[in-house]
Design a binder for this molecule. Structure first.
Ligand code: 5AD
Length: 345
C-alpha cells in the first residue's frame, strides 16, 4: 500500500481501482497519517483553523433517511433563531476571537432570499473582517448569486455520496442526486469557496462508493471537504443501522489531505461524538479545522442530527481554552483568523 500512498502524494490522483484498493485495505495507516500531517504542515504549519457554528434553524422540508431533523421526525422540537439572535451569536463569537461564522440550518422556508441577503449584509457590515459561511442546503442559482452578492464568502453543501444509486438509498425519491450536484457546480461557478462532503459508514456504502467520492472531489476541486462518521438517530428510518468507523473516517481524511494538500478539512463534531479523542485523531490524520458551537445554549440540544451529538463539552465556543489545551497537547495551536485556504503549489 505504501506504493499507492506515495503515488497519491506525487500525482494527487488515483484510478478508481487504486482508490478501492486503498480504502478496502486500510493498510499502512501510520505511514499514511505521517505523510498527511507533513502535507498539512507544509501549507498550514501546526495551525488548526477555528470556525464558529451557528445553528440557525432545525426546520427542514427534506426527509433524508439519516438525519434527525428530517421533516418526518415529529419528535424533534423545532426552533428558529431570529435575526437579532443570530447577530447576537456573532457578537459573542467576535468577542471570543472568532473571525469566521458558519450559519447552518435545515431547509427552512422562512429564510427567503430577501431575509437571508439582509442578514448576510448585516453581518458583513458589522464584522467586515470576518468570513461568512452559509450551510443552508439546496437553493436556486439565482438565490446563491444573491447571497454571494450580499457578501457571503463560502458555502458548505455536502454531496453525501457521489454515487447516484447510493444517493437514492439515503434520500426519498423527491430528492435528486442531479439536483445536489448542480447546486455544487453552481456555487463553484458563482465564486464561493465551496465545501462538499460525505458521511463514512452510511447504510449501503461500499468502498466503491467512497472511491467515487474521491474521484468526484478530484473533479470538483472544492476548498473544503466535511467528512464524519454516520451516527444513527433514533427518530429516523436508519435508527437501527450501525455507526461508521472512526478508523475508516480518519483514513479517508488522510487520503483527502494527500489528494488536495491545501484542503480545509474539519475534524467534525460527529467524529468527536463517536470517540472522545476523535478530533485529535482527525488532526493527527491531516485535518486542520474545528467548528465549535456558537449557537445559543438553549437550542443546542435541539439541533440533533444524530444521537448523543456532543454539545456541552470542549466543542462549545465558551470552552475554547480547553479545546486549545487539548490541541496543544498534540502539538497544534488554534488559529482564530479568517482561515482562508492557502494557494496550492
Ligand atoms: N450522522 C452523521 N452525520 C449526519 N448528518 C446528518 N445526519 C447525520 C447522521 N445521522 C450530516 C450530513 C449533513 C450534515 C449537516 O450533517 O452529512 O450534510
Amino acid at each position: 500500500m505504501r506504493r499507492l500512498i506515495d503515488r497519491l502524494e506525487q500525482k494527487r490522483s488515483l484510478s478508481k481501482e487504486e482508490w478501492i484498493a486503498l480504502i478496502e485495505g486500510m493498510q499502512d495507516a501510520s505511514y499514511l497519517f505521517e505523510r498527511a500531517r507533513t502535507a498539512a504542515q507544509k501549507y498550514y504549519g501546526n495551525a488548526v483553523y477555528v470556525r464558529g457554528l451557528i445553528e440557525v434553524s432545525n426546520y427542514c422540508k427534506n426527509n433524508c433517511y439519516y438525519c434527525g431533523i428530517r421533516r418526518g421526525n415529529c419528535e424533534a422540537v423545532r426552533y428558529r433563531l431570529s435575526e437579532e439572535e443570530i447577530l447576537n451569536c456573532c457578537r459573542q463569537g467576535y468577542a471570543l476571537g472568532f473571525r469566521t461564522f458558519v450559519l447552518q440550518g435545515g431547509e427552512d422556508a422562512y429564510f427567503t432570499d430577501d431575509r437571508l441577503a439582509d442578514l448576510v449584509a448585516a453581518i458583513k457590515t458589522s464584522y467586515p473582517d470576518c468570513a461568512l459561511t452559509l450551510s443552508l442546503g439546496e437553493r436556486s442559482k439565482d438565490s446563491y448569486q444573491r447571497l454571494f452578492d450580499a457578501g457571503a464568502d463560502r458555502y458548505l453543501l455536502r454531496h453525501e455520496t457521489a454515487d447516484g444509486d447510493h444517493y437514492q438509498r439515503l434520500h426519498p425519491a423527491e430528492m435528486s442526486y442531479q439536483g445536489r450536484m448542480e447546486c455544487l457546480w453552481n456555487l463553484k461557478e458563482i465564486g464561493f469557496q465551496v465545501g462538499c462532503g460525505f458521511m463514512v459508514g452510511s447504510p449501503g456504502q461500499t468502498a466503491e462508493h467512497l472511491a467515487e467520492d474521491m474521484l468526484f472531489i478530484a473533479k470538483l476541486q472544492p476548498q473544503m471537504v466535511g467528512v464524519g462518521p454516520f451516527v444513527p438517530h433514533h427518530g429516523t428510518p436508519f435508527a437501527k443501522e450501525s455507526k461508521g468507523s472512526v478508523d475508516r473516517t480518519i483514513y479517508l481524511l488522510a487520503l483527502l489531505r494527500l489528494l488536495k494538500p491545501n484542503l480545509l478539512l474539519p475534524a467534525t463534531t460527529a467524529l468527536g461524538t463517536v470517540d472522545a479523542a476523535g478530533r485529535e485523531k482527525g488532526i493527527l490524520a491531516g485535518a486542520n479545522v474545528v467548528m465549535p458551537n456558537l449557537s445559543p445554549v438553549g437550542v443546542r440540544k435541539k439541533y440533533e442530527l444524530y444521537d448523543n451529538k456532543i454539545c456541552t463539552g470542549d466543542e462549545t465556543a465558551e470552552a475554547l481554552n480547553s479545546l486549545a489545551r487539548r490541541f496543544l497537547h498534540i502539538g497544534y495551536r488554534l488559529e482564530m483568523g479568517r482561515g482562508d485556504p492557502v494557494e496550492e503549489t
